[in-house]
Design a protein around this ligand. Sequence first.
Ligand SMILES: [Zn+2]
Length: 506
Amino acid sequence: MKVRQLLIVIAALALCACDKHGTDPVIPDVSSDAVFSFFKEINAVPRPSLHEEKMREYLTSFAQARGLRCQDAGGNIIIYKDATSGMEQVPTVVLQTHMDMVCVAAEGYSIDFLTTGIEQETVGGYIQSKGNKTSLGADNGIGVAIVLAILDSKEVRHGPLECLFTWNEESGMSGAAALEPGILKGKYMLNIDSEEDGYLLVGTAGSVSVNAGWMYTPEVAPTGYAPFQLRVSGLAGGHSGVKINDGGANANKLIADFLAEERIAYRLVSFDGGSVANAITTQATSVVLVPIDEISNFTQDFDNFMAVAKARHQDVDLDMSCEAHNILGTISCIPDDAAACLIEGLSKSPQGVIEWSAVVEGIFELSNNIGIVVTEEDNWYVREMPRGFNMPGLERVASDIAGAFPGAEITMTDRFAPWSPDINGSLITYARDVYDGMHTQPIGLFIVGGGVEASMFSVTYPDMQIICYGPTILDAHTIMERVEISTVENVWKYTLHLLGEMSKLK
Ligand SMILES: [Zn+2]
C-alpha cells in the first residue's frame, strides 16, 4: 500500500498537467470539518417524518445562498451543481439522502420535535444527543451533512451532481414513491444512508403483504367439550427481514401446525398472535374446545408436539414457553369451515427461509413470515409478509400463500419490488476498486431483507445503478443513537474519491 501511495504522490506532480488521459486523478484531501458543522446546523432544524417543511426551507435557502439550482420534485428537494473544471465529461452522479428523522425522547423528557431541534455532544469518539435525551438524527442527518459539504466546497472534484433529499423515508418512503421518472438525469446513485462503515449495501428484498379474511356467524359452543387455552411465548422474534435467517420459531406457526396435525376433533374458539407483519411473532394464544373424554390425550399431544418444536429451535428460542391449560367456559365457537380454512391455511403457509440466496451466504432468497393472526366476534384475518430477492419467486410464494386459504377473501398490499444485487455492475465494481485503492481490506458487500429507498428508485429508474454506504451509526431510532466520528471521516474521504475518480467509471 505505502509503495503505491508513494508512486501516486510522485506521479501527482507530473499528473497535474495530464490527468485528462485517464491516469489516476489527484483527489484533494479536503477537510471534513464542514461535514460536522453542517450536521450541527441540520440538527437545529426540526424534521420529524412527515414534517419536513422547515428542512425544505433550509435546503432551498442553502442552495440560493450559493447560486445553486434547486427544485421541489414531489416534495423532495433536488439541488444541482455543475462539474468542477476538467470533470465536465464524467457521468452525472445522484447523491441521495433523506431529510426526515425518527424523533424519540427519553422517558419524562419533554420536547416538541415540531419546533425544537436536536442538541448534540461528543463523547468518546462518538456524536450523540446531549445527555441521551433524544434520538440524534444521524440517520440520515450525517448523510445530508456530507452532501451539503460537497455542495458548499470549492475544492472537492466532481462531475455534474444531482443531490436528492427525500421526505418521509422512515415511515413509508413517501418521497421516494412520489419521485417521477425522468426528473433525474444521472445513471449512478450514491445513497449515503447505510449504517455500517466498510460495507456496500448492494441489494434488498422485495416484499408484499398477503391478507386473508373470512366472515362468519359464530356458533353456540357444543356441550361435552372443555375450553383449553394454548399459549406459546418467549420466542426471540425480531425484524422479519433480518432475523428470519436465524431460523427462530414463529408462535402463530407453531400453534397452527399443532392444531392442523391434531387428530382429536376440537372446535376453534379464537386464535391471536402478532401485531406487525414485519416482525416474527414472539407469542400467540388460541382457545379450543376439547371433548371432555379426550382432554389428557389432547394435552399430551400438545406437550409432545411442543417438545419437538423446542428441540428444533433451541439454539435461537432459548426462552420458548408452551402451555395448555383449562379455562373458564366459552359460549361460542368458530364454524368448522371457517376454522378449517384458517388452520389449514396457516399450516400450509411456509414460515422462515424458503430458499437461501445463491449470491450471499447466510441470507434468504425467499422467505415468509406469518405476522398477524386475529379472530374477532364474526371474522378472522391474517397478514403474512413474504420477501424475496427476485420478483417471480416472490410472486410465486405470495400466490401459494393465497392458494392455501381456499374460500377466504384475499388481498395483496404494500408491494415493494426487490432491488436485485448486480455485483458485476460497473458502479459496484468501480466502488470496490476505489475502496480497495484506499484500504488494505476490501469493502464488504451486504444485502438486507428489509426495504430501502433504493428498491423504489430501481423501479422508477430501472437503468439507475445504485450503491448505499454510510458511516457507522449505532442504535438508530433510539435515545442511544450515536455516530462514530472516525467513520464519518472514512465515508467523507471515500465519497471524495468516488466523485473525484469518476473518469474511470465507464
Ligand atoms: Zn435512514
